[in-house]
Design a protein around this ligand. Structure first.
Ligand code: URA
Ligand code: SF4
Length: 214
């Protein structure tokens, strides 16, 4: 893929300028089958930015991130962790839904490393405008997008990490004094055998996030 860079406005002043530009992005082939670009949304001066994987089926139809089942669970967890939803911005590492048609149903497929790399300029421009205090990394795809291919959720979750020292391309995230914390993806909670325990683990990690920006 050629990547998203040529669609990113050179000197955006606000997220509101990025969103319509991203709607036209052809940086990789995922735009071809998806309904629309699903850009990030939330407070323009959010202290905390959540980064998920990619929009799901419901998000693809509505054009907004985390409005389906995983989003509902995430909102509950944010609430239970005591994070003010007004201080959040939420986005995805990849902005188009990747799926496979099976018997007329759209089955989620993980984005590949090439999609993550292609879509990265959008994430970088979101970060440079938002300048968050803390980035919450939801699951392995977001972790690999931000911190490199060796990132493992199970090893890193629930711990505050410095940023961007550990990031794969520190030079392209022009944000100083930012921290990161990883946790499991809310979809992983929905799939877990023991949902209660998985949910409590997510909330515990988010409590660390809440304390970090308090
Ligand atoms: N899962 C994600 O990673 N992002 C969404 O927006 C929805 C589900
Ligand atoms: Fe552009 Fe990202 Fe969509 Fe690919 S997934 S077309 S890079 S917005």
């Amino acid at each position: 893929p050629i990547g998203a860079q040529q669609w990113v406005p050179p000197h955006p002043r606000s997220i509101d300028e990025l969103k319509p530009a991203a709607a036209d992005c052809h940086g990789c082939e995922l735009y071809e089958n998806a309904t629309q670009t699903v850009f990030g949304r939330g407070a323009p001066h959010a202290k905390i930015v959540f980064v998920g994987e990619q929009p799901g089926d419901v998000e693809d139809r509505h054009g907004l991130p985390f409005v389906g089942p995983a989003g509902r669970l995430l909102r509950d967890a944010v609430d239970d962790a005591g994070i003010d939803p007004a201080e959040l911005y939420i986005t995805n590492a990849v902005k188009h839904f990747r799926f496979e048609l099976r018997g007329g149903r759209r089955i989620h497929q993980n984005p590949g490393p090439a999609h993550i790399t292609a879509c990265r300029p959008w994430l970088v421009s979101e970060f440079s405008l938002l300048k968050p205090k803390l980035v919450v990394i939801l699951g392995a795809t977001a972790g690999k997008a931000l911190l490199g291919p060796s990132f493992r959720v199970t090893r890193s979750r629930g711990q505050l990490m410095p940023w961007p020292a550990s990031a794969q391309h520190p030079e392209d995230f022009p944000v100083a004094e930012i921290q990161a914390i990883a946790t499991i993806h809310p979809s992983a909670v929905l799939r877990a055998d023991d949902r209660e325990t998985a949910y409590r683990g997510l909330v515990d990690d988010l409590r660390v996030a809440a304390a970090a920006v308090a």
